[in-house]
Design a protein around this ligand. Structure first.
Ligand code: ATP
Ligand code: MG
Length: 387
């Protein structure tokens, strides 16, 4: 029934001179998201985007609800600039809209149309009241608003507004490197950073044969679930070879520090990869106090190996809040598959919650830190997930 979708975007308009870059990015992210669905032209006019549908507006609207930067979408009916035709369109929209009270709002950028905006409202309001006995007018708190826009190209009518994700188009803020484990938290951290315009690449530390092929497949699956939200629908996933580091960590004499040391290795490798890939921040799924490695003392000591900013979008979220988000974005079911992660294989019985930097440095002096990092990076492989 609706030949058009009206796509609204919000914060972009705040960005002044960068606006065109932002809009272009939003359009290309939209195109990537819709690539396998039939649709017509996508046009940009005066701070809005119109998408031509092919009898599939609901499906297209649902897809656009997963594109960052879009605030809401509305299915739109189009009529010629004739008040009788506009009334007929209004009747169709009313039949398709739940509610008992309404008001009409009209805008008339095309001043050559013979009726003024108040006259349009009056004419349509009267028409609706005459034909739909269940409806009354409420100008203050209506159940729905029938919107009419009179433009050069015709009259546009809509009543439904579907809220979308908001945020900024993925890629508009810059690139970040997500430390992606197989758990619940890190995919959600990735989602939230994409929401603020980060274009993501992922880095997973893989410890074959301590962890299985299946645990790697699970992470690849998580990357493919994140890809549709990412800039241009693609996701580059780096798989770093972590086995030798895990073996080395089993040898050191400070068992309680092994997780602290492991995290420091992860951040060092991530820092070097980020530099190579021109990523400006690292992103992790840490939530304050969740586990021993996420106390303030642990984060302090772990973070000391890098000067690259580390974003922790989940720092203030409780586990249940993270789980709710994971369910909402569709990663939860994959995250809870029972395959082991490198961190679960070697968890010491009593991990340090208040590691001391001097002890950590002493432990690391037993290891060939630079050599291990160089080897892990040299054996890092790249997978590209997405269309
Ligand atoms: P999640 O791994 O999703 O956080 P978790 O709570 O089981 O679930 P933690 O042990 O808390 O995992 O790890 C904290 C963070 O460290 C992760 O969110 C992730 O960013 C990073 N991380 C842990 N293990 C890995 C790994 N194997 N590869 C990449 N990053 C990892
Ligand atoms: Mg965690």
């Amino acid at each position: 029934m609706y030949p058009l979708l009206l796509v609204r975007y919000g914060e972009l308009s705040l960005k002044g001179r960068n606006r065109k870059t932002f809009e272009d990015l939003l359009l290309s992210n939209m195109r990537a998201r819709l690539v396998d669905l039939p649709h017509g032209r996508i046009t940009k006019t005066f701070g809005r985007i119109y998408l031509e549908t092919k009898d599939n507006w609901a499906e297209l609207a649902q897809r656009l609800q997963g594109v960052f930067g879009i605030v809401s979408v509305s299915p739109v009916l189009r009529r010629s600039l004739d008040i009788e035709e506009i009334k007929e369109g209004a009747s169709l929209i009313i039949q398709d809209t739940p509610g008992r009270t309404f008001k009409v709002e009209a805008r008339r950028p095309n001043k050559s149309f013979p009726l003024t905006s108040p006259e349009i409202c009056q004419s349509l309001g009267g028409h609706i009241l005459r034909n739909f006995s269940h409806l009354t007018v409420d100008v203050h708190r209506p159940d729905f608003v029938l919107n009419v826009e009179i433009r050069q190209e015709g009259a546009f009518l809509y009543s439904q507004v579907f809220p979308c994700l908001g945020g900024l188009p993925a890629g508009s803020s810059g690139k970040g490197l997500l430390l992606l484990s197989g758990g619940i938290d890190s995919p959600v951290a990735g989602f939230l950073s994409m929401k603020r315009g980060v274009s993501l690449e992922g880095l997973h530390f893989y410890s074959y044969p301590f962890t299985s092929e299946r645990s790697k497949a699970k992470v690849v699956e998580l990357a493919s679930l994140l890809a549709p939200y990412n800039a241009r629908g693609k996701f580059k996933l780096w798989i770093a070879y972590f086995t030798e580091i895990q073996k080395a960590l089993q040898q050191i004499s400070y068992d309680a520090l092994s997780i602290t040391l492991m995290r420091r290795f992860m951040l060092r490798i991530a820092t070097q990869l980020a530099e190579r890939e021109k990523a400006l921040a690292l992103i992790t799924g840490d939530s304050l106090g969740q586990v021993a490695s996420q106390t303030m003392e642990s984060i302090h000591v772990i973070n000391a190996v890098t000067t690259t900013p580390v974003f922790r979008p989940l720092i203030g979220l409780d586990k249940q809040e993270i789980i709710d988000l994971a369910v909402k974005i569709g990663t939860y079911e994959t995250s809870i598959l029972p395959y082991e992660d490198c961190c679960t294989v070697f968890v010491p019985s009593n991990p340090a919650t208040k590691p001391k930097l001097d002890q950590v440095l002493k432990a690391e002096s037993e290891l060939d830190v630079d050599g291990l990092i160089a080897e892990a990076l040299a054996k890092t492989e790249l997978l590209v997930v997405g269309p």
